[in-house]
Design a binder for this molecule. Structure first.
Ligand code: PRP
Ligand code: MN
Ligand code: MG
Length: 179
C-alpha cells in the first residue's frame, strides 16, 4: 500500500490541527443551537469521527451513503443514494460533512436533496477542496485545505475502494491508476 504513494500532502499532525480548528469554529458558530451533523459515507467516515470529537456542543449525527465514482476515477455525474438518513431533519440545523469536493456534483445533489426536506439551516464542511475541478457552483462554508488537481487517497478517501485506512492524505503514483 505505501509503495503506491507518490507524495504525502498532509501528515497526521497537520490533519489533526486542522480538524481541531474546524471543530472549534463549528462549536462557536452553533453555540446554543441544535445541530445535526450529516456524514457522507464512505469517504467522510474518518474525518467525521475525528471532527465530532473536536465539537464541544451537543450534537446528533446521522449518515447518508452516496456514490458517484464507484471503481472509476471519473465521476459518473449520477449520484446514487445507497443509504438515506435515519431521522427527519425538518426544522433542524444541518451540517453536511464531506471528505472532498471535486466536481461538486455529489454535494450539489445532496444539498438540494436535503434542502427539500425543510431544515432550518444547511451548511457544508469539507476537509478538502479541489477547486479547479469544480463543474457546478456550490458554496462550502467550512474548508480544511485547498488542494491541487492530483489523484489523492487516505484518511477515508479511496481509489477503487482501497487506501481509506492510510492515516495521512497522499497523492498516488500515476502507474497505480493508469493501468
Ligand atoms: C467521493 C468523495 C466525495 C465525492 C466528491 O465519493 O468522497 O463524496 O466523491 O466528488 P465530486 O465533487 O466530483 O462529486 P465517492 O463517490 O467516491 O464515494 P465514497 O465516498 O464511498 O468513496
Ligand atoms: Mn464520498
Ligand atoms: Mg470514492
Amino acid at each position: 500500500m505505501l509503495n503506491d504513494v507518490k507524495e504525502i500532502l498532509f501528515n497526521e499532525e497537520e490533519i489533526k490541527e486542522k480538524v481541531a480548528e474546524l471543530g472549534k469554529q463549528i462549536s462557536k458558530d452553533y453555540e446554543n443551537k441544535d445541530l445535526v451533523v450529516v456524514g457522507v459515507l464512505k469517504g467522510a467516515n474518518v474525518f467525521l469521527s475525528d471532527l465530532i470529537r473536536k465539537i464541544s456542543i451537543p450534537i446528533t449525527i446521522d449518515f447518508m451513503a452516496v456514490s458517484s465514482y464507484g471503481f472509476s476515477t471519473e465521476s459518473s455525474g449520477v449520484v446514487k443514494i445507497l443509504k438515506d438518513l435515519d431521522f427527519s431533519i425538518e426544522g433542524k440545523n444541518v451540517l453536511i460533512v464531506e471528505d472532498i469536493v471535486d466536481t461538486g456534483l455529489t454535494l450539489k445533489y445532496l444539498y438540494e436533496n436535503l434542502k427539500s426536506r425543510k431544515p432550518k439551516s444547511i451548511k457544508i464542511c469539507s476537509l478538502l477542496d479541489k477547486h479547479e475541478r469544480r463543474k457546478v457552483d456550490i458554496e462550502v462554508d467550512y474548508i480544511g485545505f485547498e488542494i491541487p488537481d492530483a489523484f489523492i487517497v487516505g484518511y477515508g478517501i479511496d481509489y477503487a475502494e482501497k487506501y481509506r485506512n492510510l492515516p495521512f492524505i497522499a497523492s498516488l503514483k500515476e502507474e497505480v491508476y493508469s493501468k
